[in-house]
Design a protein around this ligand. Structure first.
Ligand code: SAH
Length: 381
């Protein structure tokens, strides 16, 4: 495991020790808001990343290689063998390096802005085994495309779809806006918490499926649903939490900003027979503010914002909807702590805080917190 790539801060730290460190950190950061339960560990904390992204480069002798950026820099560190990335995906990445060379693909050079192949993104359905290859290019034209597809499929018949993504901008974003499917359906499917989900190239999907089930099951258990509730699933991605929760709720409204993710979510609800879930493509803060202005109600709110956390606008409107429970799922405990201060001012406190080890080998921790209304702040409806 290389600590140079900036991916695994806990390289070489025994797993038990990693868990102790994370537990201590979470208690220090979040303990003042409510009881921090013991972190849920991963049984086998290796090769769990089912989303593998590599940047492509050329060394001084002209050989194609792939890896990650060195921490805080744009120097590419070759990935020889990573203990976190799915092993099948690592094999495919090596094959693509070889094919890039034999097909004489021009590798993108960040400094001159020339070349074709920039990144490769692989996603593997943990239960389905389906594999998506996304080749991020500066142009939609891949020379020798049909033979490239044939050679890649011959080496890895388990690949189910190949997509060209065009990113011709000078940006640190990996994916551009345009996708062209050159093989298969353009998405993969996977199963989580008993539901099947469709995943497109740019839709968010958790990277550790084993721990994600644990995360979702914890979140849904915290919600204590009886079947009668109106639920809001904010920052809903491809609809995973809302769809899984819909079986135990009267109805669910899911709100998400990314259009591709919303399209996946609508399909996912249909395929899982979840006809009591409605999807809205909007900014979660604006949407919930409008709900509050229209005096709409929600009994339970799930919120799963990106690492940057939520906003005062969202939190304030969430409190106005006056749900009895809010389940806040966070991949950024610092921003969670910041947001819990705002929630406390609005009359919501953390009843329990459950860290989940979603990212073994790294310093990141995922946290599910159950917030409920403190006595005396019940609002009239
Ligand atoms: N709950 C989902 C996704 C969580 S990731 C899951 O478990 O898979 C966070 C999601 O928030 C992403 O899908 C991202 O596109 C979305 N997002 C980011 N900012 C947003 C905003 N302002 N309003 C709504 N959704 C947003």
């Amino acid at each position: 495991m290389s600590s140079k790539c900036g991916g695994c801060d806990y390289a070489g730290v025994p797993y038990e020790k990693q868990l102790q460190k994370k537990q201590a950190e979470m208690e220090k950061l979040l303990g003042e808001f409510g009881p921090v339960l013991p972190i849920l560990p991963m049984e086998n904390p290796l090769y769990y990343r089912n989303k593998v992204h590599h940047v492509f480069g050329r060394d001084r002798s002209g050989n194609v290689f792939s890896g990650s950026y060195e921490k805080n820099s744009h120097i590419i560190v070759r990935t020889e063998h990573c203990l976190l990335e799915d092993e099948k995906c690592q094999e495919i990445m090596k094959t693509i390096e070889k094919l890039a060379k034999s097909f004489k693909l021009r590798i993108y050079d960040e400094f001159t802005g020339t070349g074709l192949l920039r990144h490769v993104l692989l996603r593997r359905g943990f239960k389905s085994g389906e594999i998506m290859v996304v080749l991020v290019l500066t142009s939609p034209i891949l020379p020798g495309k049909n033979n490239f597809v044939k050679a890649l499929k011959a080496a890895h018949p388990e690949i189910t779809t190949i997509v060209l993504n065009v990113n011709d901008k000078s940006t640190s974003m990996v994916l551009g806006n345009y996708n062209k499917t050159i093989y298969g359906p353009g998405f993969i499917k996977d199963t989580l918490s008993g539901c099947t989900f469709r995943i497109s190239p740019s839709s968010f999907y958790q990277v550790n499926p084993v721990q994600t089930e644990l995360l979702y099951d914890t979140a849904i258990a915290f919600a204590g649903l009886s079947g009668k509730e109106t639920v809001l699933d904010a920052y809903s991605g491809i609809g995973t939490i809302g769809i899984a929760a819909s079986r135990k709720a009267a109805n669910v409204i899911s709100v998400e900003l990314n259009g591709d993710a919303v399209r996946d979510a609508v399909r996912n609800a249909m395929e899982n027979g979840a006809d009591n879930v409605r999807f809205v493509k909007a900014d979660a803060g604006e949407f919930i503010k409008a709900m509050a202005a229209e005096k709409k109600r929600a009994d339970v709110i799930f919120m799963d914002p990106p690492r940057s956390g939520s906003t005062e606008e969202f939190i304030s409107a969430a409190a106005t909807l006056s749900p009895s429970r809010i389940i806040y799922i966070s991949c950024g405990p610092d921003t969670l702590a910041r947001d819990l201060v705002v929630f406390a001012k609005k009359g919501y406190r953390a009843e329990k805080i459950q860290p989940v080890d979603m990212f073994p080998g790294t310093g990141h921790v995922e946290v599910v917190s159950l917030l409920s209304r403190t006595e005396g702040t019940t609002r009239a409806r």
